[in-house]
Design a protein around this ligand. Structure first.
Ligand code: HDE
Length: 702
C-alpha cells in the first residue's frame, strides 16, 4: 500500500504538513521541519483559525489549542529589573594565565590555560527595557563564571565607584534617578530636578558625578569600556591567608566613547546601537576580549592608604597599587534566545566560590541581600537557579525541594540532614575540606547606625579624577554638567551643585556657572573634610590618554552615488580590510549604485537611515554629479556636518567639493579631512583614524 494513501497535504505559508487520514502519523513533507504541537505534545492541525460553530458563528470554549496559545501569550512578561532593565548578554569563557595558588584556592585560578565558561550581561541602569542604548548612564558589567566549584558572579559596572556609601540609600538614589513619579518622565535620563536635587544633598556622590558626567557614561560600545568589581573583596588561599583585591576588566579593544551630541542622535537613529554592535562583532567572529586585572594589597596598605578601602566611593589609583593581569575573558557566542538567557539570567553578588570572600563594604553587604530577593520577585520562584543560564555547570546536590517550577527535587529517600541512610538513599553530605569556609575575621564594636569618619572625605578623589583628564575630556565633563543642570527647573538645585563643584575645582565650577548663566559663583558647600588638592593625577583615569592605537573593530560609513570612482572605493575597502575595519556603504537607495566602471554595487544603507553618527569615521566618494544631487538633500548634508561636528576623520574623493560647499564647510576643512587619491593616501587615512577623533577641531570651534 502506498504510504501516502489517505493523506491530505495542507499548505500553511511555506510549511507543508502531512496529515494522516486517521491522524496517526505526523511528519513534515518537503523541508523536514518538525510539526507544530501544543505544550502537551499534540500536533496542531490548524494554527490559522479558531474553532467556531458554523462559518461565521461563535468560538468554542473547547478550543484547547487557542486557549493554551493565548493563555501563554498573556503571561509572557516578567517584571523587568528595577535597575539595569535594559541589557544585552553573550557567552564566552575566562582563561586563566597562570596558577594563583599563593593568593587563592579558587578553582578557576589554579591552573594556567584553564577555561571557565562565562556569561556576561551589559546594561544601562536607569532606563526601562525599551530605552535607548546611548543614555548618559553607568553601564552594568555583570559576569557569571561557571567554575568547577560553583558559580561566581562578579556583578560590576563600567565605573569603579558608586554614588552612595550605604545600601540603605539605594532606593532613594534610584527613585531620584528614574522618571519623576507624578509625570512618569523623563525616561533613562538623569537630566531632571529629582536626580540633581538628591545628588546635591549627598556630597558622597560627588566623585561618581565626575565619572558619569565624563565620557565614560557614553561609551561607543560595550566592547570599548572597562569593567570594575567596585568593592574591595578578599582572595583566600589554601592556608586561609587573605589578600584584599579589587577586580578590573581591561578591554583589549581599547576604550572609546562618543560625544554627547552624537549620543543624542544615535538614540534616535539606532536605539539598539550597543546591542547591534555586540551582535555584529560576535557573529562576524571578531570576539571582544577583556583582561582580568587584580589590584592586590594587604592590611598594611589598607591602614596606610589615605582613604578607607571599604568605601565604595573611592578608587585605589593604579599608580599606587598596580594591576596584575591574570587572565582573559572572551565573548564568542551570542545567546540562542534573548529571553531565556539574557532576561532570565540572575546575578547575585552573594554567589562566590571557595577562595573568594566579601569584605565589610556596607554597599556590598546590602547588595548581598538585594540580589537574591530581587530574583525571586522577577523570576517568580526560588527554583530560578535551575534555569539553564543560572544553573552551575559543576555537579550540585541540595536538600532544597518543591516550590513553583520545581525541576530538580532530590531523588533520594532522605530529604533532610543529618540522616542515617546509606550513600544511595541518604543524599549528599557536607564537606569540611572542599567546602566553602568563610574567612574568619574578628568583629566587635557597639551596634549603631553610623557613617565612619574614614568615609568623610567626599571631594579629594573627585578632584583627582578631574585633574587626571585631558583638556578635551575636561571640556566634555563641564559641558555635561551644563547640559544636565540646564534641564533642572529649580535654580537653587543648580546653584547647590556649582557650590559642591567649588570643592572639586574652581575652574570647573566657574565654567559650569558660566554655562548656566549664573551671575556669581556661590560659596563652596561646607565640607566634612577639606579637599586634598594635591593628590597625584592618575593617567589611567583618562580615556583619551590611553588610546587604542588601532582602528580595528571600528566602522567606516562610505557615501557613494552613481558614478563613484570604482578604484578609490576598492582602495578604501582594501585598506580597511587590512586593519580589520568594517565598511558600510551608504547610498541614495539601498538598491545601490553603478560605479564609474559600470559595476553594480549594492548598498548597506539608505542615506536617510544611516546618519554619520553610526560610524567612527566617514568617507565621501560621490561622483561630481552625485555630490551635486546630494548637496540638495538635508540627510546628506547632515551626514557631512555631523561627522565634522563630532570631530571625525573625513576621507573624501576629488569630487566631493559640491557637498562641502553646500554645507558651508568649504572654508573650514582642517587636518582631519584627508583627500583620497590612491592606495597610499587611503592607507594614510585609515592610519590617522586610529587616533579615533580629530579633537583639535573641537578646540578650534570652542
Ligand atoms: Fe545593583 N542591583 N545594586 N549595583 N546591579 C541590581 O538586581 C543593588 C550596585 C549591578 O545584568 C538588581 O537582578 C543595591 C553597585 C548590575 O542582571 C538589584 C545596590 C554595582 C546589575 C540591585 C546596588 C551594581 C545590578 C536589580 C546598593 C556595581 C545588573 C535587578 C547597595 C558594582 C545585573 C537585579 C544584570 C542589578 C541592587 C549597587 C551593579 C535590585 C541594593 C555598586 C551590573 O538587586
Amino acid at each position: 500500500m502506498d504510504d501516502n494513501e489517505g493523506r491530505e497535504a495542507v499548505r500553511y505559508g511555506e510549511a507543508q504538513v502531512e496529515r494522516g487520514a486517521g491522524g496517526e502519523t505526523h511528519q513534515v513533507a518537503g523541508d523536514g521541519r518538525p510539526s507544530l504541537t501544543t505544550q502537551q505534545g499534540v500536533v496542531v492541525g490548524d494554527d490559522q483559525n479558531t474553532l467556531r460553530v458554523g462559518e461565521r458563528g461563535p468560538g468554542a470554549l473547547e478550543d484547547f489549542h487557542f486557549r493554551e496559545k493565548i493563555f501563554h501569550f498573556d503571561h509572557e512578561r516578567i517584571p523587568e529589573r528595577v535597575v539595569h532593565a535594559r541589557g544585552y548578554g553573550a557567552h564566552g569563557f575566562f582563561e586563566n594565565y597562570e596558577p594563583l595558588t599563593d593568593l587563592t584556592r579558587a578553582d578557576l585560578f589554579q591552573r594556567g590555560g584553564d577555561r571557565t565558561p562565562a556569561f556576561v550581561r551589559f546594561s544601562t541602569v536607569a532606563g526601562n527595557k525599551g530605552s535607548g542604548d546611548l543614555a548618559r548612564d553607568v553601564r552594568g558589567f555583570a559576569v557569571k563564571l561557571y567554575t568547577q566549584e560553583g558559580n561566581w558572579d562578579l556583578v560590576g559596572n563600567n565605573i569603579p565607584v558608586f554614588f552612595i556609601q550605604d545600601a540603605i540609600k539605594f532606593p532613594d538614589l534610584i527613585h531620584a534617578a528614574k522618571p519623576e513619579p507624578d509625570r512618569g518622565f523623563p525616561q533613562a535620563q538623569t537630566a531632571h530636578d529629582n536626580f540633581w536635587d538628591f545628588a546635591s544633598l549627598m556630597p558622597e556622590s560627588t566623585h561618581m558625578l565626575m565619572w558619569i558626567m565624563s565620557d565614560r557614561a557614553i561609551p561607543r560600545s560595550f566592547r570599548f569600556m572597562e569593567g570594575f568589581g567596585v568593592h574591595t573583596f578578599r582572595l583566600v588561599n589554601e592556608e586561609g591567608r587573605s589578600t584584599f583585591v579589587k577586580f578590573h576588566w581591561k578591554p583589549k579593544q581599547g576604550m572609546q566613547s562618543v560625544v554627547w551630541n552624537e549620543a543624542l542622535k544615535i538614540n534616535g537613529a539606532d536605539p539598539d546601537f550597543h546591542r547591534r554592535d555586540l551582535w555584529d562583532a560576535i557573529t562576524q567572529g571578531d570576539f571582544p576580549e577583556w583582561e582580568l586585572g587584580l589590584q592586590l594589597f594587604d592590611d598594611d596598605f589598607a591602614d596606610r592608604f589615605a582613604f578607607d578601602i571599604l568605601d565604595p566611593t573611592k578608587i585605589i589609583p593604579e599608580e599606587e597599587v598596580p594591576i596584575r593581569r591574570v587572565g582573559r575573558l572572551v565573548l564568542d557566542r551570542m545567546v540562542d534566545n534573548f529571553f531565556a538567557e539574557t532576561e532570565q539570567v540572575a546575578f547575585c553578588t552573594q554567589n562566590i566560590v571557595p577562595g573568594i570572600d566579601f569584605t565589610n563594604d556596607p554597599l556590598l553587604q546590602g547588595r548581598n541581600f538585594s540580589y537574591l530577593d530581587t530574583q525571586l520577585k522577577r523570576l517568580g520562584s526560588p527554583n530560578f537557579t535551575f534555569l539553564p543560564v543560572n544553573a552551575p555547570k559543576c555537579p550540585y546536590a541540595t536538600f532544597q525541594q518543591d516550590g513553583h517550577m520545581a525541576m530538580a527535587n532530590p531523588a533520594t529517600r532522605a530529604n533532610y540532614e543529618p540522616n542515617s541512610w546509606g550513600p544511595e538513599e541518604g543524599g549528599p553530605r557536607e564537606d569540611p575540606v572542599r567546602g566553602f569556609q568563610t574567612f574568619a575575621t574578628t568583629e566587635e564594636g557597639p551596634k549603631r547606625r553610623l557613617r565612619p569618619e574614614s568615609f568623610a572625605d567626599h571631594y579629594s578623589q573627585a578632584r583627582q579624577f578631574y585633574v587626571s583628564q585631558t583638556e578635551v575630556e575636561q571640556r566634555h565633563l563641564a559641558n555635561a554638567f551644563v547640559f544636565e543642570l540646564s534641564k533642572v527647573e529649580r535654580p537653587d538645585i543648580r546653584v547647590r551643585i556649582v557650590a559642591a563643584l567649588r570643592n572639586v575645582d574652581d575652574d570647573l565650577a566657574q565654567t559650569v556657572a558660566d554655562g548656566l548663566g549664573l551671575a556669581e559663583l556661590p560659596e563652596p558647600l561646607p565640607a566634612a573634610r577639606p579637599t586634598v588638592r594635591d593628590l597625584a593625577p592618575s593617567a589611567a583615569l583618562s580615556i583619551l590618554g590611553n588610546g587604542p592605537g588601532s582602528f580595528a573593530g571600528r566602522k567606516i560609513g562610505v557615501l557613494i552615488t552613481d558614478g563613484t570612482d570604482a578604484d578609490l572605493l576598492g582602495e578604501v575597502r582594501q585598506a580597511a580590510g587590512k586593519e580589520q575595519v568594517n565598511v558600510e556603504l551608504v547610498a541614495p537607495t539601498v538598491g545601490g549604485i553603478t560605479d564609474n566602471a559600470g559595476n553594480r554595487v549594492e548598498a548597506d544603507q539608505k542615506i536617510d537611515g544611516a546618519p554619520s553618527v553610526l560610524y567612527d569615521a566617514v568617507v565621501l566618494l560621490p561622483s561630481a554629479e552625485g555630490a551635486a544631487t546630494l548637496a540638495r538633500q538635508p540627510a546628506a548634508r547632515d551626514f557631512v556636518t555631523d561627522a565634522f561636528a563630532h570631530c571625525k576623520f573625513i576621507g573624501h574623493g576629488p569630487d566631493a567639493a559640491a557637498l562641502f560647499e553646500s554645507t558651508g564647510l568649504g572654508s573650514l576643512t582642517d587636518d582631519g579631512f584627508i583627500r583620497l587619491v590612491d592606495g597610499a593616501s587611503t592607507e594614510q587615512f585609515i592610519a590617522r583614524c586610529a587616533e579615533l577623533r580629530f579633537w583639535d577641531r573641537e578646540a578650534a570651534l570652542a
